[in-house]
Design a protein around this ligand. Structure first.
Ligand SMILES: [Zn+2]
Length: 284
């Protein structure tokens, strides 16, 4: 398990593991939010919310383990699971089968999300879904919160004036969405780059599966994934604060990926990191 602290503008910590075709599961603190469930671990299972990108088993295969961990930890709050609409019916069948197998109701609340839809989440956050391009239906997500901002026409008013307006029953603020992070895994580059929301997120957690010539950018595209050579120019135009690259192919060793990513970050002058273990080689 690898942890990144202070990734992005909000000092978020990302903990998890992600290898393409193998297992992907992440959890973000302080927001109690987990991303996919290709494996389960303690902090991952403690989340309030789980965002499911798609139904490949390396992204949902440990769902039963995650729910068992919650039951064994006596967590009473149901896990809020956000599921893309194209897979929602099958996902409900999966949960029904898991529940039948253990003869217990599962402590979950499933929220179906459609492309472009914005849903309110526990913890006063919201999520918006963006369809990606993969071999099966797959959604990326942008997550944020609603803050209250002073109405533009009231800028310059002193505190006493605002208090008087409030006292007279006037609303002095407007709601405004603030983005916290974006998550885009298992997609072609075209699927990622079509959405401007990803290119300016404070923290973008983004797949980059292929990193050398053994798989070409066009082969990566056919496989439904991103190649670093295609991603690099887009990263140079990224306007957010930090990018965390995930989902590398296991053909690339962790120590090589760290060195390659450090070169890339230096070349671009940006906070770009890759989620890999601190070991030289993969251990699984
Ligand atoms: Zn996939």
């Amino acid at each position: 398990m690898e942890t990144f602290g202070d990734a992005g503008a909000h000092s978020v910590s990302v903990e998890g593991f992600s290898v393409g075709g193998w297992q992907t599961a992440l959890t973000l603190k302080p927001w109690a939010m987990s991303l996919d469930a290709g494996l389960a671990f303690r902090n991952h299972a403690r989340a309030q919310t789980l965002l499911v990108s798609h139904a490949h088993f390396d992204h949902i295969g440990a769902l039963g383990t995650m729910l068992t961990m919650r039951v064994m930890s006596q967590m009473r709050q149901p896990l809020c699971i956000v599921v893309p609409e194209p897979i929602a019916a099958a996902f409900h069948q999966l949960l029904g089968a898991l529940s039948a197998l253990i003869d217990l109701p599962l402590p979950v609340e499933v929220l179906t999300i459609s492309a472009g839809q914005r849903l309110t989440l526990p913890g006063l956050r919201w999520v918006r879904a963006y369809p990606l391009t993969h071999r099966v239906p797959c959604f990326g997500y942008v997550v944020g919160r609603e803050v209250r901002k002073l109405k533009p026409e009231l800028k310059g008013c002193v505190r006493e004036e605002l208090s008087a307006l409030r006292g007279a029953g006037h609303e002095v603020t407007l709601p405004e969405d603030v983005v916290d992070f974006a998550y885009a895994t298992d997609t072609t580059f075209a699927g990622l780059s079509q959405h401007h929301a990803f290119g300016g997120a404070p923290l973008l957690i983004c797949e980059c599966t292929f990193w050398d010539k053994r798989v070409s950018p066009s082969q990566a595209d056919v496989a439904g994934h991103v190649h670093i050579e295609t991603l690099k120019p887009w990263l140079s135009a990224f306007t957010g604060d930090a990018v965390l690259l995930i989902h590398p192919s296991q053909r690339h060793a962790p120590h090589w990926l760290r060195a390659r990513c450090a070169e890339l970050a230096a070349e671009l002058g940006r906070d770009v990191r890759v989620l890999v273990p601190s070991t030289a080689q993969w251990r699984f």
